[in-house]
Structures are given as structure tokens and as C-alpha cells.
Ligand binder design. Sequence first.
Ligand code: PRP
Ligand code: URA
Length: 208
Amino acid sequence: MTNLTIIDHPLIKRDVAILRDATVSNHVFRTTLRRISSIMAFTVTHDLRVRKTKVRTPLEVTTGYVLADDIVIVPVLRAGLGLIDGFLDVLPEARVGHVGLYRNERTLEPVDYYAKFPQGLAKSLVILLDPMLATGGSASAAITFLKRRGAKRIRFAALVAAPIGVKRVAANHPDVPMYAAALDRKLNDRGYILPGLGDAGDRLFGTE
Ligand code: PRP
Ligand code: URA
């Protein structure tokens, strides 16, 4: 599908299955989300720019590398918080912004309640995180927020995506590459992804 990369890796397939399993505890759900997001981060950041530097080993001086891109990670509250530590584990130099959105249960349209971003978004690579891409309303709104604040290089990482949501984000934001661990079948009549993994925020925080 347009702009969408499905990250195909045996460890990701295994972790998606754990996350789908309705019997796993909040604790297992949380630790699995952290682990899978760390694995996904490798693909999402595969083309980051690096700058040469010198590093002194115990024996001599050699060439080393530092990241040349300034990176800002932005989780969509609440469920995006479950992906953030996995990304920060492999991108400790990243700064973090937050966008707060929830879906109106009747209209399924996003309602925004919070936004706070680091300075200098225009020069940063912004990685937006939300495990669920369902109707695509929340991701589209979050990307619009980021663009209004000056962000120019944005990529979006989800765990499970529905075709309709991918199409909506691609139509609204054709410049934003999307990454997901799985592309699922469709939405049910309450806007939940099938087969999906249920309500990601509730399973992460035990609020179901
Ligand atoms: C979930 C999820 C996404 C949104 C996806 O959040 O984390 O933000 O739904 O659905 P969409 O693609 O149809 O917009 P939710 O509204 O459940 O809020 P919460 O994480 O605060 O519980
Ligand atoms: N939000 C979720 O948490 N799960 C879905 O399946 C759809 C939206």
C-alpha cells in the first residue's frame, strides 16, 4: 500500500502474536510493546544520516560515527507511550514531544487535549508513534499538529494498521512514510481493528 512499509521479521511476527493474545497480562503486554518497538526502530531509522568523528580506542585513534540527524520522538497519548521506551533505548539522543488525542466513541473522530513539542521541529526528523492506525483520524490529526509547528520530515510508526487508516493518512499526508508490524483485515462497526489486539491504551495501562 502507498507509503506503507510492513516490517517483516521473525521477532516482530512473534511479538505481534503475543500482543494479540487476549490472555496476556498488562505486564507482558507492556514489556512486549517495549521490545517490539525497539526492533521496529531499526527499520524506521535505517536511513539516518551519520557524521564521522574520531574515537580513541585503548590502542589507537580510529573513525567513529555520531548521528547527524536531530531526532524528535512524538508518542500519541495514551497508547503511544507504550512505544517510546523501546525507541529511546536505541535512540538515547532523541528529544520527546507529546500529542494527546482520544477518539470520540460515537463519531470515531479524534479529540485533541494536549500538545507539547521541543523547539526546532523544522530541522528535526520527527518520528510519530501510535500502536494503532484504525480510521486514521488520530494519526492524520497528529501529523497536522506537527506540520503546523513546522515539522517537515515526519515518519509514522504503528504496530497494527487497518487498510482504511493507511489510505486516509496517505491521502492527507502523502509526504509521510508509514511503518507497521502488521496490516490487518478491516475495522468492526465500533472502529476496532480486526483481528487487531483490542484497545491498546486499556491493555497497556490496565484500564479495561
Ligand atoms: C487509540 C489509538 C489511536 C487511535 C487510533 O487511541 O492509540 O490513537 O485509537 O484510532 P483511529 O485511527 O481511528 O483514530 P484512543 O482513542 O483509544 O485513546 P487512548 O489511547 O487515550 O485510550
Ligand atoms: N484503537 C485501539 O486501541 N484499538 C483499535 O483496534 C482501534 C483503535
